[in-house]
Design a protein around this ligand. Structure first.
Ligand SMILES: [Zn+2]
Length: 360
């Protein structure tokens, strides 16, 4: 059944791309100090508690994998929603969308838990082969705010062990290149006594389980021609909700496709969070013009037109997709079991005023 959302958003002509995506990565070049930049966040009035991820796995404390966790609790009890950005720290729409939730959202019913830099180690360095700017700076009411662009993998010097020649996920027979051992989104549900990436994954999965999250989101980006761009990947148990959200997004001019998690491609958040916890798990992908295009052999100059995929648009689509999925969950919940929040910028808001207007 189709529903109307109440989100008011300008229609955008969005295109689908179908080329393949290899997503390779590279040798590290550690230069900046370890640990994720925590000072980049200015929590808004909706934040009721600030934690560290090590609360859910004490072994993470004092490591470059520990990262900030923001809790936004409404006055009225309700469902818990979890949002992670920065699993891959060059996928900046996810990082900024999560940041805007921390800085702008005010929860009225339920609880929102946000981790803007899920892989703090990946936020602390930049792969020299990644394209695009090394940081984004926004003019805000409090002055210039800068957000560093990180990369896809845990820094090798943080990992605690050299990359193996190949990586076989603990719960499958799948064989991946060795560097993927440092990819947080191949490490779920994690391992409490594993390497740094596995510990980080374990702590995130544990947070979702212990806090009883009903819905969990992992925000990503992919090259504009990747099959993954403009995609919501849903755990099979909640793929119908994703389909309904995509219909609602289509009604407001946002063309997202949906896909169910592959049951055999292990280690990914949407699959493992959904299996290891009671949460409905989703991964959202917007198109990043600076990402992965080189690995696809795409004509870079064509794809690197920032104007075709402006950050405000990508951030707006992330936030609209999160809210559309939550609207679908609300539609089948009793009124007292609905998640309600205000203050989340819409795509139209971001188009009209820019990202900086919504940063504190
Ligand atoms: Zn990603």
């Amino acid at each position: 059944m189709r529903r109307r959302t109440t989100l008011a958003v300008a229609a955008l002509p969005l295109l689908h791309w179908t080329a393949g995506h290899a997503g390779g990565v590279l040798s590290p070049e550690p230069k900046s100090p370890p640990g994720a930049p925590q000072s980049e966040i200015k929590p808004g009035n909706g934040v009721t508690a600030q934690r560290r991820l090590s609360q859910w796995l004490p072994a993470l404390a004092g490591t470059p994998g520990d990262t900030a966790v923001f809790v936004l609790e409404g006055k009225v009890p309700g469902p818990t929603v979890f949002v992670a950005g920065g699993t891959h720290n060059m996928e900046m729409a996810g990082v900024i969308a999560a940041t805007l939730l921390v800085e702008r959202a005010v929860v009225q019913r339920g609880r929102l838990i946000v981790v803007p830099r899920a892989n703090a180690s990946g936020a602390s360095w930049r792969d020299p082969k990644d394209l695009g700017p090394g940081e984004y700076t926004f003019d805000t009411a409090s002055g210039k705010r800068t957000f560093a662009v990180g990369t896809r993998l845990t820094r090798s010097t943080h990992q605690g062990a050299p990359d193996p020649s190949s990586y076989i996920h603990p719960s499958s027979q799948e064989k991946l290149p060795g560097y993927e051992m440092r990819n947080l989104n191949r490490a779920h549900p994690g391992k409490a006594d594993g390497n740094l990436t596995q510990k980080t994954a374990y702590a995130l999965t544990r947070l979702i389980a212990v806090e009883g999250a009903h819905v969990a989101f992992d925000l990503h980006e992919a090259g504009p021609r990747s099959r993954l761009a403009w995609l919501i990947i849903a755990n099979p148990k909640n793929v119908e909700q994703a389909a309904n959200a995509a219909l609602d997004l289509g009604d407001i001019g946002i063309d997202m496709r949906i896909e169910a998690s592959s049951p055999t491609f292990r280690g990914l958040s949407h699959l493992e969070w959904g299996e290891a916890t009671k949460a409905a798990a989703y991964l959202i992908e917007t198109p990043n013009p600076y990402q992965a295009s080189s690995y696809d052999g795409d004509p870079l100059e064509e794809l690197r037109k920032e104007g075709d995929y402006p950050l405000w648009m990508r951030v707006g689509v992330q936030l609209e997709a999160v809210m559309a999925v939550l609207n679908v969950h609300n539609s089948s919940a009793a009124p007292t079991a609905r998640f309600e929040a205000v203050g989340v910028p819409s795509l139209a808001d971001l188009k009209a005023r820019g990202i900086g207007a919504f940063l504190n």
